[in-house]
Design a protein around this ligand. Structure first.
Ligand code: NDP
Length: 444
């Protein structure tokens, strides 16, 4: 109970990285604007040729009523598709074999345990989906043709799911890593539990973030490709570059999924609207949007340009992977791994847990982590640019994800710096002196 109270205090501090007014304003704005934005983006991509101006003119002419008319009702087909997909992914998460791995020590001293079967679940999902199409059992174009209804169902279904998380956090938390900030809006938005589970083994955040959200990105990328093939009888090289790069990125994600369980999303951000609604709705709609645009815009890049973009994108994904790998190997080997062929630069940082125990942790100060404190965000943003640029520059909307990601990661770097400063104190200050740039070396 003491630990829960202390944790609650740390939550209150955590939410207020920005001023209280700005925090309230951004939380309320995001809660109210994200759902309609998902529908507007889909509508503009699929029905207005990707042109923001066309949608703007439509809304100017038809007003609120026009907007209500374009919002699709969640149909039975949409619910069926979502239910089959969610149950299939939940079953794979529970029953596919995998090594047991431990997550990092939580603020109250717990160590969550996971089953690492992400690569297998990813392979089974894609093979099953493509086989269903190949053998004529289920045509993925049905998903594309009901996309608006699916997003609409996801928006409402996920909101209800977040209410369930809020109630569960209050009535039946799965561990001591839970607590209320004392503010109903923050509790709903940021979440209450760090590691909510159903039973002992079904981890809700692994499901929402990885097996539903990230997996849906891959499934939809394939869907868009198949839709273009079924419509035009061929797939344009722009679509191929986009799909391959997204699939390489998602393959990397599942290859490294156990590493993801050590990152901010899982180890620091609680299960609420921000993370869970984001992964259940924002990932399948916004993250996949460059591919959604390309379905009806089959640009031909030519072999040379297509291959150049492909290579540049794969390089960025590799560097992003290598940054994460370098940090994790360094921590796993207790600072003994070689970094770029040399002994790593490091800071031994001590900190106090919410239970009052003193622990130590290592901060890497060389390799990618010596260039800037969040250098890994640079290749992440660049990769997004490379899988979007095949759509060329006729419309801005396909670049929305790229712009959104840039803002998200710049804000995240700030949040993470603040969190690490309050966790490590003078040790973080030393790191900032050694590595003065936050994201872009010599610039920011
Ligand atoms: P990180 O994996 O970078 O985790 C940050 C944590 O790492 C810090 O809180 C700190 O945790 C630890 N840390 C910080 N500096 C050091 C250091 N020098 N040496 C050792 N450990 C350090 O953060 P993210 O979760 O943001 O990113 C993970 C991956 O996910 C990245 O590849 C990123 O690009 C990607 N990502 C993608 C997003 C998308 O929407 N496409 C969104 C966010 C991330 P501790 O308390 O353990 O010390």
């Amino acid at each position: 109970m003491v630990a829960v109270k202390a944790e609650t205090e740390s939550m209150k501090k955590k939410e207020l990285v920005h001023s209280p007014i700005l925090t309230y304003f951004s939380v309320i704005t995001l809660l109210s604007t994200c759902p309609p934005f998902v529908i507007l983006l889909w509508y503009t991509m699929v029905h207005q040729d990707g042109s923001i101006l066309n949608t703007f003119n439509y809304l100017k002419e038809h007003g609120i009523e026009g907007f209500v008319n374009i919002w699709p009702k969640p149909t039975a087909v949409a619910w069926k598709i979502i239910a089959c997909y969610a149950l299939f992914e939940a079953a794979l998460q529970l029953w596919l074999p995998g090594k047991t791995v431990e997550g990092p020590v939580s603020p109250t001293g717990n160590k969550p345990v996971y089953k690492a079967n992400g690569v297998l679940a990813y392979a089974v999902t894609l093979v099953t989906y493509i086989s269903l199409w190949w053998f004529g059992i289920f045509n993925p174009t049905v998903v594309y043709d009901h996309l608006g209804e699916i997003y609409s169902a996801l928006i409402f279904g996920s909101l209800i799911f977040c209410v369930f998380l809020y109630i569960k956090g209050h009535l039946a938390p799965s561990s001591t890593d839970s607590g209320s900030s004392g503010n109903i809006i923050f509790d709903f938005y940021w979440g209450m539990e760090l590691y909510p589970r159903i039973g002992k083994n079904f981890d809700i955040k692994v499901f929402t973030n990885c097996r539903f959200g990230m997996m849906s990105w891959a499934v939809l990328a394939v869907t868009y490709c198949i839709k273009q093939y079924e419509t035009n009888g061929k797939v344009a090289d722009s679509m191929l570059v986009n799909t391959v790069l997204m699939l390489v990125y998602i393959t990397k994600f599942f290859w490294w999924e156990a590493g993801y369980w050590n990152t901010m999303d899982i180890a620091h951000d609680r299960a609420g609207f921000y993370i869970c609604w984001g992964c259940l709705v924002w990932v399948p709609s916004i993250y996949t949007s460059p591919g959604m645009y390309l379905v009806n815009h089959p640009v031909n890049l030519g072999t040379q340009l297509a291959i150049s973009i492909l290579i540049a994108g794969i390089l960025c994904i590799y560097i992003n992977y290598d940054c994460d790998r370098q940090r994790q190997e360094f921590r796993r080997t207790n600072g003994k791994s070689l970094v770029w062929g040399k002994a790593p630069g490091k800071i031994v940082a001590s900190y106090t847990t919410t239970k009052g125990e003193t622990k130590t942790s290592l901060l890497l100060t060389s390799g990618w982590w010596g260039l800037s404190r969040h250098f890994h965000y640079v290749p992440e943003i660049m990769a997004a640019f490379f899988w979007t640029v095949p759509s060329l520059f006729n419309n801005f909307l396909p670049y929305f994800y790229f712009v959104f990601l840039t803002i998200l990661l710049f804000d995240r770097a700030k949040r993470d710096d603040n969190r690490c400063r309050s966790k490590y104190g003078k040790y973080w200050k030393t790191y900032c002196t050694k590595v003065p740039y936050r994201i872009i070396p010599w610039i920011y």
